[in-house]
Design a protein around this ligand. Structure first.
Ligand code: SF4
Length: 245
C-alpha cells in the first residue's frame, strides 16, 4: 500500500504548499533589526536623560555601605524621603553592623515604625547585621553572591549597594519606575524585574548601568508619572512609542 511504503522509509513525500524558509532568512533578520533599533533607542534615551538630569543620584542619604544597606532595606514599599527621615536616628543608635546585630527588635521597630512593615524590616535589619558580623567581620561585601545571601537582601538591593556604595556597574536596579519606563519606552516587553534587567543590560553600556537606573527613576518621578505621564513636557516624546501627544 502506498501509504505504508512511505512510512517505512520509502521516498520522501513531496512537500506541498509553502516551502520551508532557509536558516538566516526573514525572522532572523527581523530579530537583528529589532536588536539594532532597540540599541539606538537606548542610546537616545540615555543621552537625553543625561542632559535632562545631569545630577541624578541615589536619593537615599548614607555615608557608608552599611548605612546604604540599612536604608535600602527600609525603602521597600516606602518613599526615599520617608526613609531619610528615619535613618538618622537609626544610625545614631546603631553605628555599625555589630551594634545593630545585638539590637532588641522592639527598639529597632520603634525607630523605623513610620517606614512601614516595621516588624519584618526590623527582622531583616538585625538579621542582615548579624550576617555581616558572622560572615564578613561586620563589613559589607562588594559581591553580589555574598550580598544576596544576607537576610532581606535581594538582587535589587544588592545592585543599589554595588553601584552606589562601591561604584561598581555589576547590574541595573529595577524598581517600579524603571519597570514602568522601560516598558513605556519600548526597551522591554517583560514585567518581571530579573527579565527586565537582563534586557536592559544588553542595551546600555556597562559604565552607565548604575546611572541609567537613577535617570529612569528621576524621569519617572518628575515627568513620566505612573497615572498621568506628562508627555507634552517629555524630552523623549518623539521617540516614545507610548507618548500621548
Ligand atoms: S513620552 Fe510620555 S509615556 Fe513616553 S517617556 Fe515621556 S512621559 Fe513617559
Amino acid at each position: 500500500m502506498p501509504a505504508r511504503k512511505a512510512a517505512s522509509g520509502g521516498a520522501a513525500p513531496q512537500q506541498s504548499g509553502r516551502q520551508r524558509k532557509p536558516p538566516g532568512s526573514q525572522p532572523a533578520k527581523r530579530k537583528v533589526f529589532r536588536g539594532a533599533a532597540l540599541r539606538l533607542q537606548a542610546t537616545v534615551v540615555l543621552d537625553r536623560l543625561l542632559r535632562a538630569y545631569p545630577h541624578a543620584h541615589c536619593a537615599l542619604d548614607f555615608t557608608n555601605a552599611y548605612e546604604l544597606l540599612c536604608a535600602t532595606i527600609l525603602s521597600a514599599q516606602c518613599t526615599d524621603k520617608r526613609v531619610n527621615l528615619v535613618t538618622p536616628a537609626l544610625f545614631r543608635r546603631y553605628r555599625d553592623a555589630s551594634a545593630l546585630a545585638s539590637a532588641k527588635p522592639e527598639d529597632v521597630e520603634a525607630i523605623i515604625k513610620s517606614a512601614g512593615f516595621f516588624r519584618s524590616k526590623s527582622k531583616s535589619l538585625i538579621g542582615m547585621a548579624a550576617g555581616l558580623v558572622e560572615r564578613h567581620d561586620g563589613a559589607v561585601p562588594a559581591d553580589m553572591d555574598a550580598l544576596v545571601k544576607l537576610p532581606g537582601v535581594g538582587r535589587k538591593t544588592a545592585n543599589v549597594i554595588l553601584g552606589n556604595a562601591f561604584g561598581r556597574n555589576d547590574g541595573i536596579v529595577v524598581d517600579t519606575h524603571v519597570t514602568r519606563l522601560s516598558n513605556r519606552l519600548g526597551l522591554t516587553r517583560e514585567t518581571d524585574a530579573v527579565k527586565i534587567e537582563r534586557d536592559l543590560l544588553t542595551l546600555f553600556p556597562q559604565q552607565h548601568w548604575t546611572m541609567i537606573s537613577h535617570l529612569l527613576i528621576e524621569h519617572g518621578r518628575q515627568v513620566c508619572l505612573a497615572r498621568t505621564p506628562h508627555c507634552t513636557d517629555c524630552v523623549l516624546a518623539d521617540v516614545c512609542p507610548s507618548a500621548l501627544v
